[in-house]
Design a protein around this ligand. Structure first.
Ligand code: FMN
Length: 203
């Protein structure tokens, strides 16, 4: 856990810009959650760069026997992506009252490696009518177990309907885009604070 944190701190010290990694918990082609994260990536601003993680469907089923330093390549790719992250933004649907199985599988691969330990994290719940709250409660529990730094101002419900996503998969509504941008700004501010704190303490 400490080793992952030290590698991440070193990576961040050589990075000029904040890196926002987004992870979508839906594999659906026209996913609303993916559209939200694409919109968030475009609002990262000049001081930040955004990266969407695309390997969710490549991850093998979690098996503690394979959860070691030399993990299967798709797992290594996830860990490398997280090692380069300043902050992580999640968005996912709820399936049958909880997290999508493939997404929980991804989270399970981050525990042993400490990939989310002390990582500033936030999320956007785009479900309408108060949906998906149980899934986001479950996400909070997992992130607490992972030792992540949950940035409360970067955890938001921003209902996005299917009609809010155009045929190109883009969200065009200005109010929604402003709300999404506020989450990104809160995460970027948390990353900046953490960077300053690490510099101050000579990490
Ligand atoms: C199998 C299945 C189960 C679902 N269960 C829930 C649920 O328990 N609660 C909920 O709010 N929505 C549920 N939904 C609705 C999805 O969360 C919703 O369609 C969401 O927009 C999908 O996200 P996506 O567009 O990013 O794929 C379910 C959808 C499917 C396909």
């Amino acid at each position: 856990m400490q080793a992952a944190l030290e590698r991440r701190t070193l990576a961040k010290m050589t990075q000029e810009r904040i890196r926002i990694v987004s992870i979508c918990g839906s594999l659906r082609d026209r996913s609303i959650n993916a559209a939200v994260l694409r919109a968030a990536a475009k609002r990262a601003g000049p001081a930040a760069e955004a990266q969407l993680f695309h390997g969710l469907d490549k991850l093998p089923h979690f098996n503690p026997d394979h959860d070691h330093e030399f993990a299967p390549p798709p797992v290594q790719s996830l860990r490398d992506t997280l090692e380069g992250a300043s902050v992580v933004l999640f968005s996912m649907p709820e399936y049958a009252g909880s997290l999508p199985g493939s997404f929980k599988n991804l989270l399970d691969w981050t525990i042993g490696s400490g990939s989310l330990y002390r990582m500033p994290v936030g999320w956007i719940n785009p479900s309408a009518h108060g949906g998906a709250r149980d899934a986001f409660r479950a996400l909070r529990l997992v992130l607490e177990k992972a030792g992540a730094n949950i940035i409360e101002t970067a955890c938001a419900e921003i209902p996005v309907g299917r009609d809010d996503v155009d045929p190109d998969g883009e969200i065009k509504d200005d109010v929604l885009l402003q709300e999404i941008a506020a989450v990104v700004a809160a995460l970027a501010a948390a990353a900046t604070m953490q960077k300053m704190d690490e510099k101050k303490h000579g990490a």
